[in-house]
Design a protein around this ligand. Sequence first.
Ligand code: TNX
Length: 527
Amino acid sequence: LTLFAIVALTLNSCQTPSTTKLDEASIIPIPSSISSSSGVFKLGKASSIQLIGSGEDLSRVGNFLAEKLRPATGFDIPVSTESGDLVIELISGEATEKYSIDITSEQVKISSTSAAGLFYGMQTLVKSLPVAIENLSLVEMDWIIGNGTIEDEPEFSYRGAMLDVARHFISVEDVKHYIDQMGTLKLNYLHLHLSDDQGWRIEIKSWPKLTEIGGKTEVGGTEGGFYTQGEYTELVNYAADRFITVVPEIDMPGHTNAALAAYAELNPGVNLPDGDFATLTDGKIDFNILDRNPQPAEIYTGIEVGFSTFATNKEITYTFVEDVIREIVELTPGPYFHIGGDESLVTDKDDYIYFIERVQEIVTKYGKKSIGWDEIATAKLSLGTVAQFWAKDENAKLAKEQGNQILMSPAKRAYLDMQYDSTSRLGLHWAAYIELDDAYNWDPATYADGINKSDILGVEAPLWTETIDGRADIEYMAFPRLAALAEVAWSSNERRDWEDFQRRIIQQGKRWDINEIGFYRSPKVKW
Ligand code: TNX
């Protein structure tokens, strides 16, 4: 062996990190600013975490960091308020998500005015360490971070991901696993699409057949499932521990076949008193509403959309909607309730508008703000209602004109159920094929005609699950694109750079490999 080979082998076996310069670390989403200085901080056997400030949230952040660092380093990493070379400081002032990290050879200090900011700083710190930190068993190496300073704050306050747990039910465990990943990407809203034609996935105590009948199956006819109210609460709390707010969605008045299969009375058709006829203005009988005793819909396990509707002209529908909203709101600490409103293709337009306006009032009555898919902007929006843009610029404009904000989920960029290319083994392609660079290279502030940055609440990446079943499928579709979209939501357009993202996502891929996350190895990147 030449001396060169020996040196190379030795270096390799101690797994010296490829870079120790802070500004060459692989942080996703890219922070607002990173500046490197000379020297390094080294994590050691005696390293410990010092918390400055108080509160349960602060200790949780400290413990998350300690638990993340312990397995691979083998160090004890105690957490206290006494002393430490890893300092997490809650500073006074108006709480924002902004944080800074200062790294010197003596110590690392994360500061923020909020525990959420400290949590984000903690995630950044983990990504500044060698990727081997992800290992759950001991790795012998130097745990080094380059000295320097990071200042960081998000571009948008709402950075979301949606899971469609209706088309295919997703277990509590798999949702938690997704929440973990969201936390590492600084996403802060988890939208759960809890009902659709194929399934009703949350226990409603006052309407038990919703889950008994509506929760039984899923796309393809396999066994479905639902969250008990206790399990939903468990998800809400698990997410909250990671500074993620759950947004529950009950999609209506369309996409309601599962509820319509459970309760006949929600179906269109009127119960007229005997001898009464519903007549049109010209005196003819309206055969469409002659169905006095509507039958329950059939259970549906296909993937068509747009064929179902609640009876928007019956009071029982609003009694039902109010019961559902009340029960879910009681379990939901976050500010939003998502009312769906998309693709109600068999609801008469005026009925649709009446329904959306009335349901928004119910949401307001229970102290929440409504979010709905962009079609809801064809109705009068309540103060604070958010329109989720997925397809139509006109609808986004209608929302803006009414003084309401837009959540950006353009199907051509942000839909995680779209195939990467024509060979993808999962997914649909009605909106587009979305490769990693397509998910990355767009600017929410200029994407929709007439919509500016100040009109935008944030960005959300929805994962519809008609073709997706189980954790492996979820990971294949979500990663790496969710990381790209998290950067679109967090980092300014000026800071984002596709070339640099490619470099960083390769390192992120190594982390995912260690975590056994089966991500899609996009050919756009040299993994
Ligand atoms: C359209 S996007 C839908 C969903 C489907 C999705 C499939 C939207 C608001 N509605 O019902 O699952 O396409 O990509």
